[in-house]
Design a protein around this ligand. Structure first.
Ligand code: Z5A
Ligand code: MG
Length: 230
């Protein structure tokens, strides 16, 4: 019987603004490297690509854009890296991602703009590589405000963040028990959060032999089968 090949694990860190995602992905990267694991850090939005530069200018309020256009650009920014993420995983490198499709849905659906239902916002990200684990950092509004830099960019307003949080909650519930979505109390000290994340990630530290999934693969399947009847 042939053994299944072990690939790198796909770890996503999500959460509200100032929940400590970037701090935690760096700590996680250091921890994995110290364990001898090959790691690649990816951040969305990736502001360095041509699409990322448009996004950056929008987030800094240096340019205006239709809500639907900017949503699709955020998704396109993920698709332009999807193949290279998959390649890294297959070559045995663990990928840690600072924000992913879940931020895309949460921030856009929270706008309550016409034509931008939750389902519409999810559409462009269907079939992206699916994380093996998603760590959602839950931070209180008080802690959020107390942390450096909050309020500098477009979406950093308390009432908007509250709506974003509600969409994230819906995503977490709908991802279901088998999705490996974990909410972690991010009001704790950095070291405590890091310890909790490590406890969750450790079983994946040496990679996984599970085939790489696709996000919302069931929806993808239904849409593709529907085409058979056209
Ligand atoms: N967005 C979107 O609309 N659609 C999409 O598809 C995607 C994103 C992918 C920019 O994201 C915006 O893009 C974002 C969502 C939207 N909206 N907003 N606003 P970004 O990821 O580039 O944002 P950022 O600039 O990296 O900020 P952030 O992610 O909100 O911060 P963070 O990474 O969560 O936190 P941090 O940088 O690690 O820490 C912030 C500060 O808190 C810093 O001073 C730390 O030292 C401190 N900190 C961190 N942890 C702690 C603890 N535990 N205790 C005390 N202090 C702490
Ligand atoms: Mg960050």
């Amino acid at each position: 019987m042939s053994e299944r090949k072990v690939r790198g694990a796909f770890i996503v860190v999500e959460g509200l603004d100032r929940s400590g995602k970037s701090s935690q992905v760096t700590l996680l990267e250091e921890h994995l490297k110290a364990e001898g694991v090959a790691v690649r850090l990816v951040k969305f939005p990736d502001r360095t690509t041509p699409i990322g530069k448009l996004i950056d200018s929008y987030l800094r309020s240096e340019s205006e854009m239709d809500d639907r256009s900017i949503h699709l650009l955020f998704s396109a920014n993920r698709w332009e890296l999807a193949k290279s993420i998959q390649d890294s995983l297959e070559s045995g490198t663990t990928v840690i991602c600072d924000r992913y499709a879940f931020s895309g849905i949460a921030f856009s659906a929270a706008k309550n703009a016409s034509g931008m239902s939750y389902e519409w916002c999810r559409g462009p990200d269907i079939a992206l590589p699916a994380p093996d684990i998603t760590l959602f950092l839950a931070v209180s509004p008080e802690q959020q405000r107390a942390r450096g830099g909050f309020g500098e960019e477009r979406y950093e307003k308390a009432d908007f963040q509250e709506r974003v949080e509600h969409v994230f909650e819906r995503i977490g519930v709908e991802m279901g028990d088998g999705s490996r979505w974990f909410a972690v109390d991010a009001d704790q000290r950095k070291e405590e959060v890091a310890q909790e994340l490590w406890r969750l990630v450790q079983p994946l530290a040496k990679g996984t032999d599970r085939p790489l999934g696709r996000l919302w693969a069931d929806l993808d399947e239904r849409v593709r089968n529907a085409h058979l009847y056209i």
